[in-house]
Design a protein around this ligand. Structure first.
Ligand SMILES: Cc1cc2nc3c(=O)[nH]c(=O)nc-3n(C[C@H](O)[C@H](O)[C@H](O)COP(=O)(O)O)c2cc1C
Ligand code: SF4
Ligand code: SF4
Length: 213
């Protein structure tokens, strides 16, 4: 899926997300915030200027959010996003009200909306984690920045092909491939989209071939 599709999933399928910010003592605070609109440049939500949440956004300029969809753990998909946030004011308010018409019940007229302002999450990264798939599926995505390598476990060319990591991997997501160098040799590779990041492969590897980035 593309970053835009992950954002659309958050807005259309999850909508109410749990957002973490930091208060003026450096302590974490969470609250539920609706993600009302998305484009390829990020996510948009609104809040009122009188809220403590507003102050935390203005002072920290950063947030992290998580949301999930599904009936129970083994049918759930979770998406998390962390990134920089900026206030863009009231210009997008009509669009956000159009996309989330229930807002007309909470703020019923123009006058009552004067406290509202829109924020844009414009630069950061995200993670998709799908427990409904056998084996699990995960993905990383980025927006507003260029990054080609997500954090995770990777096997370097120190691998001697001993296969010790294969059976200890709970998701069986390590494959042996043939590397053609001077002679044909076996090299382990991790299917990143199925890896739990449990770290078992790194612990067991006798060659120190597994790195965590
Ligand atoms: C389902 C749900 C959705 C909410 N969506 C928003 C929202 O989009 N924007 C907002 O400012 N508050 C929203 N709220 C209310 C905030 O969660 C609430 O104001 C939050 O506790 C912030 O409080 P604080 O400013 O005291 O930290 C929502 C609450 C619920 C239960
Ligand atoms: S980190 Fe865990 S799940 Fe990922 S490849 Fe290593 S053993 Fe498998
Ligand atoms: S345990 Fe280490 S050396 Fe052995 S196959 Fe796995 S990555 Fe390669």
């Amino acid at each position: 899926m593309t970053t835009k599709e992950y954002f659309s999933f958050i807005v259309d399928q999850i909508h109410s997300t749990v957002v973490a910010t930091v208060d003026n003592q450096g302590l974490p605070v969470t609250c539920v915030i609706d993600m009302m609109y998305a484009d390829e440049n990020g996510l948009y939500f609104l809040t009122a200027k009188g809220k403590n949440f507003y102050n935390r956004l203005i002072s920290g300029k950063y947030l992290a959010l998580s949301g999930m969809k599904g009936e129970d753990t083994m049918s759930r998909v979770a998406v998390s996003v962390r990134g920089k946030v900026r206030e863009i004011g009231s210009d997008m308010l009509p669009l956000l009200f159009e996309k989330s018409p229930y807002m007309n019940e909470i703020y019923p007229n123009e006058k009552s909306r004067c406290a509202l302002t829109v924020f844009h999450i414009y630069e950061g990264s995200g993670e998709w984690f799908d427990l409904s798939k056998k084996t699990i599926e995960r993905d990383s995505f980025f927006f507003g920045i260029n990054s080609d390598r997500a954090s995770g476990y990777y096997i370097t060319d120190k691998c001697n092909g001993c296969k010790a990591c294969l059976n200890i991997c709970p998701q069986r997501c390590i494959d042996m491939i043939s590397e053609k160098t001077m002679s044909l040799r076996l090299q382990a590779v991790i299917r990143q989209n199925n890896c739990l990041h449990c770290g078992n492969c790194k612990s067991v590897c006798p060659a120190g071939a597994v790195i965590k980035t």
